[in-house]
Design a protein around this ligand. Structure first.
Ligand SMILES: *[C@@H]1O[C@H](CO)[C@@H](O)[C@H](O)[C@H]1NC(C)=O
Ligand SMILES: *[C@@H]1O[C@H](CO)[C@@H](O)[C@H](O)[C@H]1NC(C)=O
Ligand SMILES: *[C@@H]1O[C@H](CO)[C@@H](O)[C@H](O)[C@H]1NC(C)=O
Ligand SMILES: *[C@@H]1O[C@H](CO)[C@@H](O)[C@H](O)[C@H]1NC(C)=O
Length: 619
């Protein structure tokens, strides 16, 4: 079916052949053009009328011609004269056309329109004496092209290249008539502009008669175009309109030089100390990211060994402190692009304690010890002795030394802002002086049952270590059961058999002097085993015995009262003997005095006798 071209619809071709004379002429009207899609059928109308309506011709001959594509000559394709009609044989249109004629008009219908049908069709009307006329219509054929196919350039495009670079190509195939291609960047059309945008067009006429159009976009890429999207649009004529179809969009890889570089410490977080593994990282704004070279500011001609954008320093020492730089290798030389940072490696040296190792003081003397550890950061020093804090700060004042002053002093140096840094040092203080005996102020006085053993204890502090000698008057039977010494104390215990009153001296002496402690032991004559039980414990037994006796007596009394003939019963003596034997077996080993009521107090007394703060089991 034919469509009228909008612009030509109103424009009719009026043909009037004046030669036919005033009495007879034909008016013929045809469209200038008829537009049709390929494959459709086209209808070309041809309207005519005879001006002299009174003399309607009896014979009208209508012929359709077409202009041959190659020679330009006309060729008849159809003939009718009212009595007969025929389609000419052996033309392009044999079998493809039909002509319908009605009152004052005829239509040529062409089936299955081909591209080659785009040509002029002539309609000739001949009424002999009634006159004749001819008109023509241009047939236009349309075939929309296939959807455009775009292809972006995959390789990176450098912003530094001189002119426009190829960015993408676009192809629209098999259209008719020739389609156009327009380029868009981010949906805005790109116009050709010398030095910035070039569009190269290649039009191909296929053997089938279709047009294929290939367009190449050359574009001067800028850094901002790294995110740009390019697309192409094909526009083509269709009957009475122009249509467009857009392609997909493509993006491109833009290469641009580095203009800015940043260098920073990736790890560790926070302050850096000696021994850490430090990772410095360099990053620039160039694409593709260039390799970097790392230097220290003081040795710019020495390239540090790095991998890509990373510099590993491991382990670091204070010598690694300084300013570091990184530069991109693609840097064009005259624009100096670099990243820079300061690395500070903190440290804490071993503590130096003065006096060193160990120091001897005299009793009563003063001493100031110092502890210093060199550090890049503020430090805190604390002194400990036997796990207890004894001082703060890097000096320790020991005043009026006593033997208790003796010992190991440890200074611990820490760095509050970097707790991983800490060190310590120590000094051993020895207080020198004559022996100092424990409890020397008063003579130890004891009482002990004759025949028992008694332990006498003597503990002397002093440096050099005192040696202890005993002189014991009143007993030949004694021996030392404990003799312990450490660097500033000697402890000696002698076990003495009490045979008579004893006076003992413990003589502690060293190079610095002598001190003596006196003991006196009063021997208590031993008690016979006949009555050894204590009154306190015996009284309970006696009460029981008395009650038993009273009961027995009561029973016996009543028995005697009734029987009259029975004698006395001895109850007291035999019971007493039984109990005393029992006493002996249980209490024989336990010492000392009979004055006390409980064995617990006996133990307290025993400790006092030994002159030792420790319990008897610990000796
Ligand atoms: C194609 O471009 C030409 C030249 O600019 C123009 O005359 C024609 O109308 C365009 N065709 C289409 C289909 O846009
Ligand atoms: C193009 O864009 C897509 C998505 O927006 C992205 O994944 C891809 O990496 C880009 N390609 C290039 C070459 O920039
Ligand atoms: C103690 O012993 C020292 C050295 O052995 C001696 O010089 C001193 O006279 C003794 N003192 C007494 C009171 O025995
Ligand atoms: C005296 O001391 C020695 C050794 O520590 C100990 O075995 C003994 O039992 C003690 N003797 C007395 C009567 O405390």
């Amino acid at each position: 079916m034919a469509l009228l071209h909008g612009s030509s619809a109103a424009l009719f071709l009026h043909v009037c052949l004046l030669s036919c004379g005033a009495w007879a002429k034909v008016e013929l009207t045809m469209h200038e053009s008829v537009e049709v899609y390929l494959g459709d059928s086209a209808q070309i109308p041809c309207q005519y009328s005879f001006t002299d309506a009174s003399s309607e011709p009896s014979f009208v001959m209508i012929q359709w011609f077409v202009r041959a594509v190659d020679s330009g000559s006309r060729m008849r394709i159809f003939y009718t004269d009212g009595s007969q009609q025929m389609v000419d044989n052996n033309t392009d249109y044999s079998g493809r056309i039909e002509v319908t004629s009605g009152l004052q008009g005829t239509h040529l219908v062409i089936q299955d329109v081909q591209l080659s049908d785009e040509r002029e069709f002539f309609c000739q009307v001949n009424g002999l004496a009634a006159g004749n006329a001819e008109g023509k219509t241009q047939l236009r054929v349309f075939a929309p092209p296939e959807a455009p196919v775009i292809e972006g350039v995959l390789a990176g495009i450098s912003v530094t290249s001189d002119g426009p670079s190829k960015v993408a190509s676009c192809e629209a195939r098999n259209g008719f008539p020739k389609p156009n291609i327009t380029w868009y960047k981010n949906s805005a059309p790109l116009m050709s502009a010398p030095g910035h945008v070039n569009v190269l067009i290649l039009v191909t006429r296929e053997s089938s008669g279709f047009y294929s159009v290939q367009s190449t976009l050359e574009y001067k890429v800028a850094k901002e175009d790294k995110d740009a999207h390019f697309s192409c649009e094909v526009s083509f004529f269709v009957p009475a309109a122009i249509r467009t179809v857009e392609s997909n969009s493509v993006n491109i890889t833009v290469h641009y030089p580095t203009t800015m570089v940043e260098l920073w410490k990736e790890s560790p977080q926070g302050l850096v100390k000696e021994g850490d593994a430090v990772e410095l990282r360099c990053q620039g704004d160039g694409n593709p990211p260039p390799p970097f070279i790392f230097n220290r500011e003081q040795e710019l001609d020495v390239d540090l060994e790095s991998s890509g954008d990373m510099l590993m320093l491991t382990p670091v020492s204070r010598k690694d402190s300084g300013i570091y730089q990184c530069r991109p290798l693609d840097s064009d030389g005259y624009t100096e692009v670099k990243g820079e940072m300061q690395l500070t490696v903190h440290y804490l040296d071993p503590a130096v304690v003065v006096p060193k190792d160990s120091e001897v003081m005299l009793k009563g003397e003063d001493l100031t010890a110092t502890c210093n550890a060199l550090s890049s950061l503020k430090t805190t020093t604390v002194w400990y002795k036997d796990g207890q804090q004894v001082g703060k700060g890097n000096t320790l004042h020991l005043k009026d030394a006593t033997y208790d002053t003796t010992g190991e002093y440890i200074c611990e140096v820490t760095v509050p802002s970097l707790p991983a840094l800490h060190t310590s040092g120590s000094v051993h203080i020895i207080v020198q002086g004559g022996p100092q005996l424990e409890g020397v102020e008063q003579e130890v006085q004891l009482e002990e049952a004759a025949g028992r053993m008694v332990n006498l204890s003597c503990e002397a502090q002093g440096h050099p270590v005192p040696s202890i000698t005993w002189s014991i008057i009143g007993s030949q039977n004694w021996h030392e059961v404990v003799n312990k010494a450490n660097e500033h104390m000697t402890h000696s215990v002698v076990s003495v058999k009490v045979t008579s009153d004893i006076s003992a001296l413990c003589n502690a002496s060293n190079d610095m002097g002598t001190e003596v402690k006196a003991f006196s032991i009063k021997a208590i004559p031993s008690i016979t085993s006949a009555a050894p039980f204590s009154p306190a414990e015996g009284s309970g037994v006696i009460i029981v015995v008395i009650i038993l006796c009273l009961l027995v007596l009561a029973v016996l009394g009543s028995v005697l009262y009734f029987l009259h003939k029975k004698g006395k019963i001895p109850c007291g003596r035999s019971g007493k003997q039984e109990i005393s034997t029992k006493e002996k077996t249980t209490k024989d080993d336990i010492v000392v005095e009979m004055k006390t009521n409980t064995s617990n107090e006996g133990a307290v007394l025993l400790k006092a006798v030994n002159g030792d703060k420790k319990g008897p089991n610990e000796q």
